[in-house]
Design a protein. Structure first.
Lengths: 118, 816
């Protein structure tokens, strides 16, 4: 398999985290990279996204457990705690643009998902 | 330019937002005395019914410095600096006072006792909520708009509530005498006690030093532990007074049409300003004033020349509206004391011009007629009393104001719909601000969309233009089994956190597979995804089903052992079962394996589904009981367990009319009679408690079960998303009589289908947790980290309280 999606500009060191097939379509999963928690998502069209797992509204590490969807075509995830919706592309909270979660580069190499949290 | 704003309330927020929108290039510093940035004060009461501070807080525009928790203590106009209670000072080129107002507390003895409050800020509400725990009764001093809102809040907090009003009627500013008496009837029917023509002589303390009673001038004593003053507002003009700005005789910073005070570098806006001799106590005029000041600061020439003080609100479930003048040479009145409706329109002496109106119990004329104030009557006066209710529907002129909070005309809204191709109310809000404040104009906005040819109203979200009930029918009739199929054929995009759980619930109600099978897994809310209820620190709760609340000692011991072995916190819930809290995702399967092995099954505490059927002791033991309430509760809980529905379902069975199981506070409640069972439907507890209505009496067991089957299936088929049976029943056209016709007389000919659907549910039920722990594929998802399945989430930790665990929460450094 080849690279499906990469954001090389910022990418430093890539960490393999799981097999692409470990991720369910339109669901997230949390991965631990060092001591950082990252939420990785597989969208309907196969694209991958990585955000910080910390929900900035509740302070709990739960973003990976939200519902994935779209708002005006933009892929999103809704925090499972109080349902604020965040863009999977920018990490910005659609309901309150002052708040954002970090985003991380993510790609697939030979069937393995890799994220970069450099 | 250095702009300094004193006060961070709605008016200040509108000011800085307007400036940001127009590209203001100076620096902006805002001082707010409250410990949080500006929030939607109009929606304050919703904080008690579950809105969070975040929900109410306004976003701060980029580049603006907001200093919360800092009070400005003095203004030096000569040096152009303000000083603060934090001990620093801030220079300005332009200063805006937006200090709002403070509730007036009449000088009665005892007004400072602990237990006395005002109703203005989030902190006030926190304090009132705290004091209401353990309190029995509360008194609101003041029967105006805000007083009744506070009374509604006290009632919602479970207090026996009194209202004291000085004048002869409630809401004297908004309604006339006839309206006042109808309003009073409504409110008394809710159990509140109204004292008009009354005042307060003193407030007395009990032995604990807190409020214990309130004494009226006539000597009558009302026992109460909470007193809320809502006897009018006073502009906070103290800073202006101290620095020599001109203030009104009865308070308020005097401003001209450009919102400028007697110092040309200082503006005043909102409830602290006296504009044209009036202090405006509604948010609409405050917003307009803020916009005018913003214009002027940027060298524009907008003016504030007075504002519409019309109001429409729903208080304690009663619609009250007033618009235009409250008097006129002629008037037409409609009064229905039985139905609790009062409407009166004021008309000019030549019977040609509409001057104003008052409505209680039915505010439909408000939407339809307010834009016509000062204009020729759009129809015969008596027809107009029924305007909006399917009667005369008048065509509004383009310059008629539709949103009074934000001063938006019909013309502007229609132009926005046409030019920008808007298709929903959200779009109108974004483009014009109409509908963003009190929301009372939203029905009008929908009508304007419809008139512009847009199909609206029932759309679930941006992905489906259908209502939940329509989606149910589509899934049912077309035999749809997946979300993908449904959205491809009937929706757009890929769904969201609103439509996905709705469709998941419909599929589950119709028995289309395990909720974690295949694609359905991706539709579930986190609670349904992990078959457990998420808690504030990201752990989950475990609630095994205990049908009817009956449990053997052996099973109790198993629960105790499981809790002990996994280090869980245990608590007995109000639904007669036991909640085990603090389980991490990866512990859930092991915990449930132990519970399933001991014969427990999922209690669905996490789902929009049947929770429990509570029961009282019943005739087996109780010396009053006339039927076996425990046996009936167990039978019903086992019949309906696992049934997914638009919202949670609760039930209870009492063994006699003493009603110890509180069945009438449930979605369906059963009370035993000598002859059989009485069935009540549509009850709930919570912020707006509602007693269930009697649907049928003295039913045999078979008739009872059949009637409940149909009631539940008809509700599941037709209710909106997250609409409990109480709201569903209240909105059902034809109400209880219609419900009886449909499910007991089969007027729609659907009973056979409802029965078959319930039969399918009962015969295909399988415990979700058992099927999950038997399926390795499903189990693989129960990990904290996919790349480290054995590792627990390091951010979760506990401390000890009363010999049990308690979450340690991570302090938030993020947001503001
Ligand atoms: C419960 C409730 C319900 C309401 N419902 C409605 C409704 O349905 N419709 C409607 O139109 N209106 C309603 N209102 C009125 C509406 O909220 C007010 O008109 C609006 O809040 C006025 O805005 P403001 O910014 O002028 O003042 P405020 O909201 O009072 O804000 C002023 C802020 O300035 C701060 N402040 C004051 N002095 C200083 C100082 N020296 N230094 C720093 N900060 C200072 C105050 O703490 C406050 O936070 C309601 C009000 C309440 C309390
Ligand atoms: C909309 C408001 C409400 C919300 C959001 C809410 C939320 C919840 C949640 C999340 C739980 C599960 C706790 C857990 O086990 O993890 C729960 C349980 C419970 N709630 Fe509520 N609740 C609401 C209103 C009410 C009302 C109005 C009542 C009663 C009048 C009530 C009574 C109960 C009871 C008795 C339980 C325990 C249920 C059980 O044993 O399964 N709740 N509620
Ligand atoms: S409701 Fe009647 S039967 Fe049930 S416990 Fe109370 S008194 Fe006894
Ligand atoms: S009238 Fe209040 S938001 Fe439009």
């Amino acid at each position: 398999m080849t690279v499906l999606d990469a954001t090389p500009a910022l990418a430093g060191h890539w960490t393999p985290v799981c097999a692409y097939t470990d991720l369910l379509p339109e669901r997230g999963a949390a991965v631990l990279v060092g001591d950082r928690q990252v939420a990785v998502f597989r969208a309907f069209d196969g694209a991958l996204y990585a955000l910080g797992n910390l929900d900035p509204f509740s302070g709990a590490q739960v973003m990976s457990r939200g519902i994935v969807g779209t708002r005006n075509g933009e892929p999103t995830v809704a925090s499972p705690m109080h349902k604020q919706v965040f863009s999977l592309i920018s990490g910005v909270c659609v309901d309150n643009p002052r708040v954002a979660v970090p985003t991380y580069p993510i790609r697939v190499t030979d069937g393995t998902v890799e994220v970069s949290v450099a | 330019m250095r702009l300094v704003v004193v006060g961070h309330g709605p008016a200040a927020h509108r000011l800085i937002e307007t400036l940001a929108g127009r590209g203001f290039s100076g620096t902006v510093t805002v001082f707010g005395e409250e410990p949080r940035p500006a929030y939607d004060r109009v929606a304050l009461t919703s904080y008690l019914s579950g809105k969070s501070v975040e929900d109410l807080t306004y976003p701060v525009p980029d580049g603006v410095t907001v200093r919360t928790g800092v009070r400005v203590t003095a203004i030096d106009r000569a040096r152009r600096v303000v000083t603060t209670d934090a001990g620093d000072s801030e220079p300005y080129d332009v200063l805006v006072l937006a200090t709002g107002s403070a509730p007036f507390v009449p000088p009665v003895p005892g007004r400072d006792l602990p237990g006395c409050f005002v109703y203005r800020t989030i902190d006030d509400l926190d304090a009132i909520r705290e004091a209401s725990r353990g309190a029995r009764a509360g008194v609101v001093v003041g029967g105006g708009l805000l007083g009744l809102e506070a009374a509604d809040a006290l009632r919602g907090l479970g207090l026996d509530t009194h209202v004291i009003e000085m004048s002869g009627r409630l809401m004297p500013r908004q309604v006339d005498e006839g309206g006042g008496s109808v309003l009073r009837g409504h409110i008394e029917a809710l159990g509140l006690t109204i004292h008009t023509d009354a005042g307060v002589r003193s407030i007395e303390a009990g032995q604990d030093g807190r409020v214990a009673s309130l004494v009226k001038p006539d000597g009558e004593t009302i026992g109460a532990q909470v007193v809320v003053f809502s006897a009018g507002i006073r502009p906070r003009d103290e800073l202006a007074r101290d620095c020599g700005l001109e203030v009104g005789e009865r308070g308020g910073v005097v401003v001209d049409e450009g919102m400028r005070t007697s110092d040309e570098r200082v503006y005043a806006i909102g409830e602290c300003a006296l504009a044209g001799g009036v202090v405006y106590g509604l948010v609409g005029p405050c917003n307009t004033q803020a916009e005018v000041a913003a214009e002027r600061i940027m060298d524009g020439d907008a003016s504030f020349t007075g504002a519409d003080m019309s109001t429409k609100l729903k208080l304690l479930g009663v619609e009250v509206a007033q618009f235009g003048a409250m008097s006129g040479a002629l008037d037409v009145t409609y009064m229905d004391p039985v139905g609790g409706v009062y409407k009166r329109l004021f008309i000019s002496d030549d019977a040609k011009t509409l001057l104003g109106g008052v409505c209680v119990g039915d505010a439909a004329p408000y939407d339809a007629l307010r834009p016509f104030v000062g204009r020729p009557l759009p129809g015969a006066p008596s027809d107009l009393l029924f305007a909006g209710a399917g009667g005369a529907s008048a065509e509004l002129p383009d310059d008629a104001q539709v949103c009074s909070c934000n001063n938006v005309t019909k013309g502007r809204i229609c132009a926005a719909i046409a030019d920008k191709g808007l298709t929903d109310v959200g779009g109108i809000k974004d483009c014009t601000r109409a509908g963003t404040t009190c929301g009372s104009c939203v029905p009008m906005l929908k009508q304007l969309l419809v008139k512009s040819g847009v199909d609206v109203g029932k759309a679930l979200c941006e992905h489906f233009s259908h209502s939940r009930a329509e989606l149910f029918d589509i899934v049912n009739v077309r035999g749809i089994t997946t979300f993908s199929q449904l959205i491809a054929e009937h929706g757009t995009g890929r769904g969201c956190d609103i439509c996905k759980p709705v469709v998941a619930s419909i599929l589950a109600s119709l028995g289309r597979g395990h909720i974690l099978d295949g694609e359905q897994a991706a539709l579930q809310d986190t609670n349904d995804q992990f078959l457990a209820n998420i808690q504030k620190n990201g752990t989950y709760s475990v609630v095994p089903r205990i049908p009817g609340g009956e449990i053997t000692p052996d099973k109790l011991i198993v629960i105790g052992e499981v809790a002990r072995d996994f280090g869980l916190y245990t608590k007995i819930t109000g639904a007669q079962r036991i909640d085990l809290l603090g389980a991490r995702v990866e512990q859930l399967p092991a915990i449930w394996r132990r519970l399933v092995d001991a014969g427990f099954e999922s209690g669905h505490a996490y789902g929009k589904a049947l929770r429990t059927v509570k029961s009282c002791v019943g005739s087996t033991w109780c010396r009053y009981g006339v039927q076996d309430s425990v046996g009936m509760a167990i039978a019903l809980e086992l019949r309906y367990r696992g049934l997914r529905s638009p919202h949670k379902l609760k039930s209870a069975v009492s063994g006699c009319a003493r009603e110890c199981a509180e069945a009438r506070s449930k979605d369906f409640g059963i009370i035993a009679t000598e002859q059989g069972w009485n069935l009540y439907v549509g009850g709930n507890g919570g912020f707006k408690p509602r007693h269930a209505d009697l649907l049928a009496s003295d039913l045999s067991t078979d008739d009872l079960v059949r009637t409940i089957d149909r009631f539940l299936m008809f509700y599941i088929r037709t209710a909106d998303r997250l609409q409990r049976t109480a709201a569903w029943l209240e909105n059902l056209d034809g109400g209880l009589d219609y419900l009886r016709e449909v499910i007991m007389e089969d007027s729609l000919g659907i009973c056979a289908e409802l029965d078959a659907q319930m039969e399918r549910h009962v015969s295909t039920y399988a415990d979700e947790w058992r099927t999950t722990i038997e399926d390795p594929d499903k189990l693989r998802r129960f990990v904290s980290f996919v790349n480290a399945p054995g590792v627990p989430d390091p951010s979760i930790s506990f401390e000890t309280e009363r010999d049990q665990i308690k979450p340690v929460l991570i302090p938030l450094e993020v947001t503001r």
